[in-house]
Unconditional design. Sequence first.
Length: 242
Amino acid sequence: MIKKVKPYNTHESKKLQISKMFDKISIKYDITNKLISLGLDTIWRRKLVKIISLIKPKKTLDVATGTADVAIELTKIENNKVFGIDISNNMIELGEKKIIRLKLDNKIKLINQDVEKMKFNSNSFDAVTIAFGVRNFENINKALKEIFRVLKSNGILVILETSIPENLILKNIHKLYLRIIMPIIGLITSSDINAYKYLALSTMNFPNKSVFNNILLKNGFIKVNVKKHSFGIVSIYSASKP
Protein backbone atom coordinates (compact mmCIF):
# COMPACT_ATOMS: atom_id res chain seq x y z
CA MET A 1 0.00 0.00 0.00
CA ILE A 2 1.42 3.38 -1.07
CA LYS A 3 0.99 6.15 1.48
CA LYS A 4 -0.91 9.06 -0.06
CA VAL A 5 0.82 12.39 0.58
CA LYS A 6 -0.90 15.69 -0.30
CA PRO A 7 0.49 19.23 -0.60
CA TYR A 8 -2.15 20.89 1.54
CA ASN A 9 -4.10 19.96 4.66
CA THR A 10 -7.56 20.11 3.08
CA HIS A 11 -10.26 17.60 2.14
CA GLU A 12 -9.74 18.18 -1.59
CA SER A 13 -8.51 15.25 -3.66
CA LYS A 14 -4.78 14.91 -4.20
CA LYS A 15 -5.31 15.47 -7.93
CA LEU A 16 -7.02 18.81 -7.38
CA GLN A 17 -4.40 19.90 -4.86
CA ILE A 18 -1.57 18.98 -7.24
CA SER A 19 -3.20 20.95 -10.05
CA LYS A 20 -3.62 24.01 -7.82
CA MET A 21 -0.11 23.68 -6.42
CA PHE A 22 1.57 23.66 -9.84
CA ASP A 23 -0.66 26.48 -11.07
CA LYS A 24 0.55 28.50 -8.09
CA ILE A 25 4.29 27.78 -8.36
CA SER A 26 4.46 27.67 -12.17
CA ILE A 27 6.06 31.10 -12.74
CA LYS A 28 9.17 30.28 -10.71
CA TYR A 29 9.09 26.52 -11.30
CA ASP A 30 12.03 26.30 -13.71
CA ILE A 31 14.41 28.46 -11.68
CA THR A 32 13.43 26.69 -8.44
CA ASN A 33 14.14 23.32 -10.08
CA LYS A 34 17.59 24.50 -11.10
CA LEU A 35 18.37 25.70 -7.58
CA ILE A 36 17.02 22.62 -5.80
CA SER A 37 18.81 20.17 -8.11
CA LEU A 38 22.00 22.27 -8.26
CA GLY A 39 21.55 22.33 -12.02
CA LEU A 40 21.59 18.55 -12.35
CA ASP A 41 17.97 18.31 -13.56
CA THR A 42 19.06 19.05 -17.14
CA ILE A 43 21.60 16.20 -17.05
CA TRP A 44 19.02 13.78 -15.63
CA ARG A 45 16.47 14.63 -18.32
CA ARG A 46 19.06 14.08 -21.03
CA LYS A 47 19.83 10.64 -19.60
CA LEU A 48 16.12 9.81 -19.78
CA VAL A 49 15.87 10.94 -23.41
CA LYS A 50 19.04 9.03 -24.33
CA ILE A 51 17.30 5.78 -23.31
CA ILE A 52 14.26 6.69 -25.42
CA SER A 53 16.44 7.56 -28.42
CA LEU A 54 17.70 3.97 -28.63
CA ILE A 55 14.36 2.78 -30.02
CA LYS A 56 14.08 5.71 -32.49
CA PRO A 57 10.43 6.54 -31.70
CA LYS A 58 8.23 8.35 -34.19
CA LYS A 59 5.60 9.36 -31.64
CA THR A 60 6.29 9.96 -27.95
CA LEU A 61 4.09 11.00 -25.02
CA ASP A 62 5.55 13.02 -22.14
CA VAL A 63 3.32 12.66 -19.07
CA ALA A 64 3.35 15.40 -16.40
CA THR A 65 5.17 17.51 -18.98
CA GLY A 66 5.12 20.67 -16.85
CA THR A 67 6.90 23.48 -18.70
CA ALA A 68 7.91 21.02 -21.43
CA ASP A 69 11.62 20.55 -20.69
CA VAL A 70 11.54 16.81 -21.46
CA ALA A 71 9.25 17.32 -24.46
CA ILE A 72 11.72 19.84 -25.90
CA GLU A 73 14.63 17.45 -25.33
CA LEU A 74 12.67 14.67 -27.06
CA THR A 75 12.50 16.70 -30.30
CA LYS A 76 16.25 16.09 -30.69
CA ILE A 77 15.31 12.55 -31.71
CA GLU A 78 14.95 12.59 -35.50
CA ASN A 79 11.37 12.48 -36.89
CA ASN A 80 9.86 12.21 -33.40
CA LYS A 81 6.45 13.85 -32.91
CA VAL A 82 5.99 14.72 -29.23
CA PHE A 83 2.80 15.09 -27.20
CA GLY A 84 2.89 16.42 -23.64
CA ILE A 85 0.10 16.26 -21.07
CA ASP A 86 -0.29 17.91 -17.67
CA ILE A 87 -3.16 18.68 -15.28
CA SER A 88 -1.84 22.17 -14.54
CA ASN A 89 -3.08 24.65 -17.12
CA ASN A 90 -0.57 27.30 -16.03
CA MET A 91 2.34 24.91 -16.53
CA ILE A 92 1.04 24.03 -20.01
CA GLU A 93 0.75 27.73 -20.92
CA LEU A 94 4.35 28.38 -19.86
CA GLY A 95 5.48 25.31 -21.78
CA GLU A 96 3.71 26.51 -24.92
CA LYS A 97 5.41 29.92 -24.70
CA LYS A 98 8.78 28.17 -24.40
CA ILE A 99 8.01 25.93 -27.39
CA ILE A 100 6.96 28.87 -29.58
CA ARG A 101 10.08 30.81 -28.57
CA LEU A 102 12.22 27.84 -29.65
CA LYS A 103 10.16 27.43 -32.86
CA LEU A 104 9.25 23.85 -31.97
CA ASP A 105 5.46 24.21 -32.16
CA ASN A 106 5.41 22.02 -35.30
CA LYS A 107 7.05 19.18 -33.33
CA ILE A 108 5.34 19.37 -29.92
CA LYS A 109 1.67 19.48 -28.94
CA LEU A 110 0.79 20.18 -25.29
CA ILE A 111 -2.59 19.21 -23.84
CA ASN A 112 -4.21 19.92 -20.46
CA GLN A 113 -5.16 16.31 -19.65
CA ASP A 114 -5.28 13.82 -16.78
CA VAL A 115 -3.04 10.75 -17.16
CA GLU A 116 -5.71 8.60 -15.48
CA LYS A 117 -8.28 9.52 -18.16
CA MET A 118 -6.35 10.00 -21.38
CA LYS A 119 -8.26 10.62 -24.61
CA PHE A 120 -5.66 9.04 -26.88
CA ASN A 121 -6.45 5.86 -28.80
CA SER A 122 -4.98 2.59 -27.57
CA ASN A 123 -1.60 1.62 -29.03
CA SER A 124 -0.80 5.20 -30.06
CA PHE A 125 2.76 5.82 -28.84
CA ASP A 126 6.16 4.24 -29.36
CA ALA A 127 7.40 5.65 -26.06
CA VAL A 128 6.15 7.36 -22.89
CA THR A 129 8.26 9.47 -20.54
CA ILE A 130 7.56 10.78 -17.03
CA ALA A 131 9.99 13.08 -15.21
CA PHE A 132 9.29 13.73 -11.54
CA GLY A 133 5.58 13.04 -11.98
CA VAL A 134 4.70 9.57 -10.71
CA ARG A 135 4.69 10.52 -7.02
CA ASN A 136 2.12 13.21 -7.86
CA PHE A 137 -0.43 10.76 -9.27
CA GLU A 138 -3.67 10.30 -7.35
CA ASN A 139 -3.78 6.62 -8.31
CA ILE A 140 -0.48 5.19 -9.56
CA ASN A 141 -1.98 1.87 -10.72
CA LYS A 142 -4.76 3.58 -12.68
CA ALA A 143 -2.23 5.91 -14.33
CA LEU A 144 0.08 3.03 -15.26
CA LYS A 145 -2.82 1.06 -16.74
CA GLU A 146 -3.67 4.04 -18.94
CA ILE A 147 -0.05 4.44 -20.00
CA PHE A 148 0.09 0.72 -20.81
CA ARG A 149 -3.07 1.12 -22.91
CA VAL A 150 -1.75 3.98 -25.07
CA LEU A 151 1.68 2.38 -25.60
CA LYS A 152 2.21 0.28 -28.70
CA SER A 153 3.40 -3.31 -28.39
CA ASN A 154 7.17 -3.25 -27.76
CA GLY A 155 6.84 0.38 -26.72
CA ILE A 156 8.95 1.68 -23.84
CA LEU A 157 8.11 3.59 -20.67
CA VAL A 158 10.95 5.55 -19.04
CA ILE A 159 10.47 7.22 -15.65
CA LEU A 160 12.80 9.69 -13.96
CA GLU A 161 11.95 10.04 -10.27
CA THR A 162 13.48 11.27 -7.04
CA SER A 163 14.78 8.60 -4.67
CA ILE A 164 16.61 8.11 -1.40
CA PRO A 165 20.30 7.05 -1.39
CA GLU A 166 20.99 3.58 0.02
CA ASN A 167 24.21 4.63 1.76
CA LEU A 168 23.27 5.49 5.37
CA ILE A 169 25.40 8.65 5.61
CA LEU A 170 24.19 9.98 2.25
CA LYS A 171 20.62 9.03 3.16
CA ASN A 172 20.71 11.12 6.35
CA ILE A 173 22.33 14.09 4.59
CA HIS A 174 19.76 13.90 1.79
CA LYS A 175 16.82 13.70 4.19
CA LEU A 176 18.15 16.76 6.04
CA TYR A 177 18.36 18.60 2.73
CA LEU A 178 14.82 17.55 1.80
CA ARG A 179 13.29 18.51 5.14
CA ILE A 180 15.06 21.82 5.76
CA ILE A 181 16.96 23.30 2.81
CA MET A 182 14.50 22.49 0.02
CA PRO A 183 11.44 24.10 1.66
CA ILE A 184 13.50 27.24 2.40
CA ILE A 185 14.54 27.50 -1.27
CA GLY A 186 10.91 26.96 -2.29
CA LEU A 187 9.71 29.66 0.08
CA ILE A 188 12.24 32.18 -1.23
CA THR A 189 11.59 31.52 -4.92
CA SER A 190 7.90 30.61 -5.05
CA SER A 191 6.36 31.83 -1.75
CA ASP A 192 4.68 28.42 -1.26
CA ILE A 193 6.61 26.51 1.39
CA ASN A 194 3.94 23.77 1.50
CA ALA A 195 4.63 22.85 -2.12
CA TYR A 196 8.26 22.08 -1.35
CA LYS A 197 7.50 20.42 1.97
CA TYR A 198 5.25 18.17 -0.11
CA LEU A 199 8.10 17.52 -2.54
CA ALA A 200 10.25 16.34 0.35
CA LEU A 201 7.52 14.16 1.89
CA SER A 202 6.50 12.63 -1.44
CA THR A 203 10.13 11.75 -2.15
CA MET A 204 10.58 10.10 1.25
CA ASN A 205 7.31 8.16 0.87
CA PHE A 206 7.85 6.98 -2.70
CA PRO A 207 8.19 3.18 -2.99
CA ASN A 208 11.74 1.81 -3.04
CA LYS A 209 13.06 0.36 -6.29
CA SER A 210 12.00 -3.25 -5.67
CA VAL A 211 8.46 -2.23 -4.68
CA PHE A 212 8.06 0.10 -7.66
CA ASN A 213 9.50 -2.53 -10.01
CA ASN A 214 6.78 -4.91 -8.79
CA ILE A 215 4.12 -2.23 -9.35
CA LEU A 216 5.25 -1.92 -12.97
CA LEU A 217 5.22 -5.70 -13.42
CA LYS A 218 1.74 -6.02 -11.90
CA ASN A 219 0.46 -3.47 -14.41
CA GLY A 220 1.61 -5.58 -17.34
CA PHE A 221 5.05 -4.19 -18.08
CA ILE A 222 8.06 -6.41 -18.77
CA LYS A 223 11.85 -5.94 -18.93
CA VAL A 224 11.72 -3.66 -15.91
CA ASN A 225 15.04 -2.05 -15.10
CA VAL A 226 16.20 0.68 -12.69
CA LYS A 227 19.42 2.64 -12.45
CA LYS A 228 20.29 5.15 -9.73
CA HIS A 229 22.12 8.38 -10.53
CA SER A 230 23.89 11.15 -8.60
CA PHE A 231 24.63 8.95 -5.57
CA GLY A 232 21.04 7.66 -5.55
CA ILE A 233 19.06 10.90 -5.27
CA VAL A 234 17.28 10.09 -8.54
CA SER A 235 16.39 6.83 -10.27
CA ILE A 236 15.56 6.08 -13.89
CA TYR A 237 13.15 3.19 -14.46
CA SER A 238 12.54 1.61 -17.85
CA ALA A 239 9.93 -0.96 -18.81
CA SER A 240 8.36 -2.32 -21.98
CA LYS A 241 4.92 -3.37 -23.16
CA PRO A 242 4.87 -6.94 -24.51
